[in-house]
Design a protein around this ligand. Structure first.
Ligand SMILES: *Cc1c(COP(=O)(O)O)cnc(C)c1O
Length: 393
C-alpha cells in the first residue's frame, strides 16, 4: 500500500484537481514546478533557515511524565505549540510564500475560518513586504476579533464575505473567485492538505518537517526512531499529515486520528467528516464531505474553530478507508476535559484542536512499554474565553 499522491494527484479515488478552466494554466504551472523548486538546495536553505531562526524549529519533543503515568504508556508531546504564531501553520505559510516569490508572484491571497491561517500568512507577508488579502466569512470576522486585529496590524487586508452562511466555505469561494480574476500575479496560499492537486501534497511535504524531527528526536531519546502510536487531530489534515509523513510506509506505527464530533455524531452539530461524510467535490478535490441528501454542503460545528471544516484532506479520506489510520470522533466535552487534564498535569495549555488528539488517550488502552507521540498542534491562548466559559473559572 502506498500513501503518497499518484502522478495524477490522487490518493486512491480521492484528490485530483477540479478547477475552473481559467485556473488551469496556473495550477498546472504550480504542479509542474513545485517539486523542482522545493528540492533545490537554495530553497531548502532559505526554508530551513527561516524555520529555525524565525519560527523556532525544531520544536521540542517532550516526555510528559505525569501524563504517561496516568495512561500507563510512555507519552511524548511534539510541541508544535511553541512555534511562532502558536501552531504548526506558520511552517506551511513560510513554505508557500517562499515558493510564490520564486514563481514571480507578487500578491498573496488566503482564506481563513478562525483566523489562524490568516494570521500565519499575514505574518510571513509582513516579513517579506508582500501584499496580502485574507478572505473571511463576516460571521467569523465578528467572532474572531483578536485575529482580525492581528492581521490588520500585520498589514493584511481582511475582506469580510457576506455570501452563504458567511463562514469558511464562503470565504474559500471568494478566494477562488479572486484567484480566477488575478491568475497572473496572485498566489493562493491554502492552509491545509486540501484544495486541488498539488496543494495537498505540497502542504504535507512542507509540514513533513514535523515527522522528520520526531524521527531524529526519538532516536536520540529512545534509541529507536519510530513510535508505536502517533496521535493527531484533523481539520483539513495538515498537522496530522506532517506528523505521519515519514512513517506512512512503516506499518509498525499506528496512526490514531481525532476528528471533531461536536455535540455528538447524531446531534446534527458535528464536524466528523470521516464518520459522517459522503464523497463529493469541495475546494477543487474529491473527498469526503458533510452534505445533505441533495448534495448541499452542511455547516459543520465544533467548539474548536480550527476543526469545523466540512471536508477532509484526500490523504486522510484514503488512509481511513484503507484502515491505515483509526479515526476517533471526539466530542466538545471530551476535548475540553483533555485540555484541563493536560494543563493540570503538565502545565501546558493546549489549543482546543490539539485537545481532541489528547482525548484519544482516554479511549485507547496502551501497553506500559508502548511509545506514544501526541502532536500538540497549537497553544491554547486563543481558546481562553472558551476554557473560562466551560470551567466557570
Ligand atoms: C488550524 C489548526 C488545526 C487544524 O488544521 P489541520 O490542517 O488539520 O492541521 C489544528 N490545530 C491547530 C492548533 C490549528 O490552528
Amino acid at each position: 500500500m502506498n500513501f503518497q499522491v499518484d502522478k495524477d494527484g490522487y490518493y486512491g479515488k480521492f484528490g485530483g484537481a477540479y478547477i475552473p478552466e481559467i485556473l488551469y494554466g496556473n495550477v498546472e504551472r504550480l504542479r509542474s514546478e513545485y517539486l523542482s523548486v522545493m528540492e533545490t538546495p537554495d530553497f531548502q536553505r532559505e526554508f530551513t533557515g527561516l524555520l529555525r531562526d524565525y519560527a523556532g524549529r525544531p520544536t521540542a519533543l517532550y516526555h510528559a511524565k505525569r501524563l504517561s503515568e496516568k495512561y500507563g504508556a510512555k507519552i511524548y508531546l511534539k510541541r508544535e505549540d511553541l512555534n511562532h504564531t502558536g501552531a504548526h501553520k506558520i511552517t506551511n505559510s513560510i513554505g508557500q510564500v517562499l515558493l510564490a516569490r520564486r514563481m514571480g508572484k507578487t500578491r498573496i491571497i488566503a482564506e481563513t475560518g478562525a483566523g489562524q491561517h490568516g494570521v500565519a500568512t499575514a505574518t510571513v507577508c509582513a516579513l517579506f513586504g508582500m501584499e496580502c488579502h485574507v478572505y473571511m466569512g463576516k460571521l467569523d470576522v465578528e467572532r474572531q476579533y483578536l485575529n482580525v486585529q492581528k492581521m490588520k496590524m500585520l498589514g493584511a487586508e481582511v475582506i469580510p464575505v457576506t455570501s452563504g452562511n458567511m463562514t469558511l466555505k464562503d470565504a474559500t469561494n471568494e478566494a477562488i473567485r479572486d484567484w480566477c480574476c488575478n491568475p497572473a500575479n496572485t498566489f493562493y496560499v491554502i492552509g491545509s492538505t486540501i484544495g486541488p492537486h498539488p496543494y495537498p501534497d505540497m502542504v504535507a511535504r512542507f509540514q513533513s518537517v514535523i515527522s522528520k524531527e520526531i524521527k531524529r528526536q526519538l532516536s536520540e531519546k529512545e534509541g529507536r526512531d519510530y513510535p508505536d502510536y502517533l496521535l493527531a487531530c484533523v481539520g483539513g489534515g495538515s498537522n496530522a499529515a506532517g506528523a505521519f509523513y515519514v512513517y506512512l510506509d512503516n506499518n509498525d506505527v499506528h496512526f490514531l486520528v481525532a476528528e471533531a464530533a461536536g455535540k455528538g455524531l447524531d446531534s446534527g452539530m458535528s464536524a466528523a467528516t470521516i464518520h459522517l461524510g459522503r464523497e463529493g467535490i469541495i475546494h477543487g478535490c474529491r473527498t469526503l464531505i458533510m452534505q445533505t441528501e441533495d448534495g448541499q454542503i452542511e455547516e459543520p460545528y465544533s467548539v474548536s474553530a480550527g476543526l469545523d471544516y466540512p471536508g477532509i484532506g484526500p490523504i486522510h479520506a484514503y488512509m481511513a478507508k484503507e484502515k491505515r489510520s483509526t479515526v476517533y470522533a471526539i466530542t466538545d466535552d471530551e476535548a475540553l476535559d483533555a485540555a484541563f487534564e493536560l494543563t493540570g498535569l503538565e502545565g501546558i495549555i493546549p489549543a482546543l484542536e490539539s485537545s481532541h488528539a489528547l482525548a484519544i488517550l482516554k479511549r485507547k488502552t496502551f501497553n506500559p512499554d508502548d511509545l506514544v507521540v501526541v502532536n500538540l498542534s497549537g497553544r491554547g491562548d486563543k481558546d481562553m474565553s472558551t476554557y473560562v466559559e466551560y470551567s466557570r473559572i
